[in-house]
Design a protein around this ligand. Sequence first.
Ligand SMILES: C[S@@+](CC[C@H](N)C(=O)[O-])C[C@H]1O[C@@H](n2cnc3c(N)ncnc32)[C@H](O)[C@@H]1O
Length: 356
Amino acid sequence: MLPTRSAPRQAAWNAKPPHLAFEAFEGLAPEAESAAVPVAAQALAEQSVFDEITQGLLQQPATISPKFFYDQLGSELFESITRLPEYYPTRTEHAVMQQHAAEIAAAVGQGRTLIELGAGNCEKARALCRTLAPACFVGVDISADFLQGAVARMREEFPHMDVRAVGADMTRGVTLPANLPRTGRLVFYPGSSIGNFDPPHALMLLEQMRELVDGEGEPGADGGLLIGIDLPKEVEVLEAAYDDAAGVTAAFNLNVLTHVNRLIGSNFDPAQWRHLAFFNTLHSRIEMHLQAMSPLQVRWPGGGVRDFAAGECIHTENSYKYTLPAFTDLLARAGFSRARAWTDPRDWFAVVHAQP
Ligand SMILES: C[S@@+](CC[C@H](N)C(=O)[O-])C[C@H]1O[C@@H](n2cnc3c(N)ncnc32)[C@H](O)[C@@H]1O
């Protein structure tokens, strides 16, 4: 069925709290990470991915977490989206960071340990490194191969900087390199990715980020968070950004089905689905869905099956749009007592520096 614009909806991908279990284990050298994961642990991880996806598919309405957009092709499609005329967030955030680079650098400080969550192609971190000169950069991303390429380019540009890659799902726990300094950390979370979590889970994630920059209780930790927030604006502008004329966002949304087929062995045919994106005013969020164009059945190993009626949807993404006061309040509840924001002249996007 077509989702109603105002129906309250609890996204299944937020059913478990996000979990930034940083430094729970000994860190591994980035090159050794995937090879060194013990077979049993890998099987467990695969089982938990299988369980998470199939539980979402069996929900009413069905859901797939947006984190499963990002296989290699998904990451490349997202990079193409950022260059579309309709997709204002990336270029607006970049412009805010460029225009206020000196003030941001003064607020954040030099020589930090820069930890980017959901680093993607690391383009924004590269720009930041030119003004901040951090001592160390750690990129964390679920799309591990894509991240390795981005980090290699980072090492070329900054040969004297300690650059690390951590391929991990940050909602399931991240193992950061064990020898990272506990003081002077800057967590960088751009792209308005915090908007993919509903507010209670965004709060939990922010709390975990605050613990991380607090040096886990280390006195004089002097850490901070630099985070990008997409602000509310005209519905037409928002909806066009998630449903572009060239159909790149549609291809990105549909690619999740191919990725899911690979992850759980299901038999989705992307040609039987279409992309939907709209603004849900009640929840101040863009929603993306995939809609079945005819009655169909999806199967996966172990006897799993889900029937979809014509018009029925799978909910694949939320992107919450916060006002600055609402987001500053969320930060304060997460233990960030100081916050300073920079925006563009149209007030479309904010970059916020927050400290405990
Ligand atoms: C919207 S893109 C933003 C990329 C980049 N930071 C930017 O601002 O352009 C979201 C990024 O987060 C990554 N990501 C999504 N869910 C994740 C998760 N649960 N754990 C780690 N990375 C994740 C994706 O692979 C993707 O690179």
